[in-house]
Design a protein around this ligand. Structure first.
Ligand code: ATP
Ligand code: MG
Length: 476
């Protein structure tokens, strides 16, 4: 492994078994936790969140590139969500065939018609990348996507560096242990939420985490809650159903839930169609959108994070619209784009279909969904495209170049899984936060990172989806 963990450690079976035990205990001690089952109110059934035994080598220059571009991505998302015409044009073909996006768009239009009441915009996002191994073997940073909704693992990834340092010390690798970076996205995410809360301007008001009925990954959220409590900001956790039953807007559109005024709604649920179990869920979402509370994300920021918008942003000339007179910023952002292709009806979309059918292994076909497990790979791309290629249904998807990182060997530690060496692929996420009040950007920062690693036999991957595991970059 290039400047990573040497083979004498990687291949020493007895040492690996011992280190795995050391690592799992360290993870529990440091609070890298998940619930075992989807139990509503029980913290009794807890295990460590899955993670790698060793941190993964990442070239320093590419890591720094990802951090450096993050504030530009924050600005980009913020400008896209304020550009009503752009959003409408970009999403027009998708809305015509994708019911979920269409429904979100209707809320967006309704809020615009009434006039946005919220003056504070809060963005907490995570831009994800893989290191594409070019033909000559040189890696380059390529964005998978930017998540503007419920970007997770900022909490747990604030605790994993200590675990990897400890494992490396126990393995006798002191020098490597000193190369594991500090990381604290939880503090940065909370700082942005706190800033939005302050700008809202009421000491009595609370921050509401809008959460699922049951939540395995609850501890990840708790870390952010605790950071807010440290600042004496009161947080509550509520579901869509609670908001529907006990929520209301007063004449100034202040949001009250259970009698408490809400300054900030932080959505950790509501990004996929299955989260909207009834008309009442949609009504609750609309009520929150119409309110004076800062929403993370608000409906336009939600739409700005769709895969269709990502594809349109990669078209020639589009970044220039958002960064006028800043060619160096355009260049910096564009350098991280992988190839993205439209499936809109017309000659360009026809060409995309042809290209994908001719070599499906070079691409990923993506619908407008979040949460993992929705993307389409390999021969299944042909099956799907053959079915929709002559109809506008194809515009529900975009096509993307498949990014091919170089595999690295590691051990994935997961409860109930055998301990064995795997060929692994990693994905680097960078957390960005911004707060805008009216026209003025009050905060725009990069607040930390997340490395996730999966066995190369999986195409898709997410930690919550049970494929990827938490990791740390070891800069080389
Ligand atoms: N262009 C690509 N090349 C290679 N792998 C990809 C590509 N796009 C996505 N993947 C893999 O699929 C996973 C999910 O992709 P993506 O982030 O687009 O979907 P998602 O449903 O929005 O996931 P998430 O819930 O993590 O945001 C990625 O974490 C990555 O492992
Ligand atoms: Mg996503």
């Amino acid at each position: 492994m290039a400047q990573g963990i040497p083979d004498e450690v990687m291949m020493n079976a007895a040492l690996i078994r011992e280190l795995a035990d050391v690592a799992k205990d360290a993870a529990l001690v440091h609070g890298i936790l998940m619930r075992i089952q989807e139990t509503p109110n029980s913290s009794e059934l807890v295990t460590y969140a899955p993670f790698t035994l060793f941190p993964t080598p990442v070239p320093r220059s590419l890591f720094l590139q990802a951090l450096a571009v993050q504030t530009h991505y924050n600005t980009l998302v913020d400008r896209v969500c304020q550009d009503v015409d752009f959003l409408q044009d970009a999403l027009a073909s998708t809305i015509a065939v994708d019911d979920f996006t269409a429904r979100l768009f209707r809320i967006h239009q309704q809020v615009l018609k009434e006039g946005r009441s919220q003056s504070v915009t809060l963005g907490l996002n995570r831009s994800d990348y893989m290191l594409d191994q070019g033909e000559d073997g040189t890696p380059s940073l390529k964005q998978i996507e930017i998540n503007t909704f419920a970007a997770s693992f900022g909490g747990l990834s604030s605790r994993t560096p200590d675990v990897h340092r400890h494992v490396l010390k126990a393995a006798g690798r002191l020098e490597e242990s000193q190369r594991v970076l500090d990381n604290n996205p939880a503090a940065g995410l909370a700082r942005a939420i706190a800033t939005a809360w302050e700008l809202y301007g009421s000491d009595r008001a609370v921050v509401m985490f809008l959460v699922e009925e049951t939540q395995r990954n609850i501890f990840d959220q708790r870390y952010i809650e605790y950071e807010l409590w440290k600042r004496n900001i009161h947080t509550i956790r509520r579901r869509f159903d609670d908001v529907y039953k006990t929520g209301s807007l007063d004449q100034d559109k202040r949001l009250f839930v259970d009698g408490k005024e809400v300054a900030v709604v932080y959505f950790r649920n509501g990004y996929m169609p299955q989260n909207y179990t009834s008309e009442q869920t949609w009504e609750a979402r609309l009520m929150m959108e119409r309110s004076l509370a800062a929403k993370c994300p608000d409906i336009s920021t939600h739409l700005a994070g769709t895969k269709k918008v990502q594809q349109v942003l990669a078209r020639p000339g589009v970044l220039e619209r958002f960064f006028p007179g800043q060619p160096e910023v355009v260049e910096q952002v564009r350098a991280t784009f992988a190839g993205l292709y439209t499936l809109d009806m017309g000659a360009e979309g026809d060409k995309t279909v042809e290209m994908a059918l001719a070599s499906p292994d070079r691409f990923v076909l993506k619908p407008q969904r979040e949460g993992g497990g929705n993307n389409i790979y390999g021969s299944e791309i042909c099956q799907v495209l053959e079915g929709v290629k002559h109809s506008s249904e194809r515009t529900a998807y975009i096509l993307m170049d498949k990014i091919r990182p170089a595999p690295v060997q590691n051990y994935l530690l997961r409860r109930d899984a055998p301990l064995r060496i795997s060929n692994c692929l990693s994905e680097l996420g960078v957390f960005g936060v911004y707060v805008r009040k009216g026209e003025s950007m009050v905060m725009n920062e990069c607040v930390g990172h997340l490395l996730r690693t999966k066995s190369s036999e999986h195409e898709d991957g997410g930690v919550a989806a049970g494929v990827a595991v938490l990791d740390n970059p070891l800069l080389v």
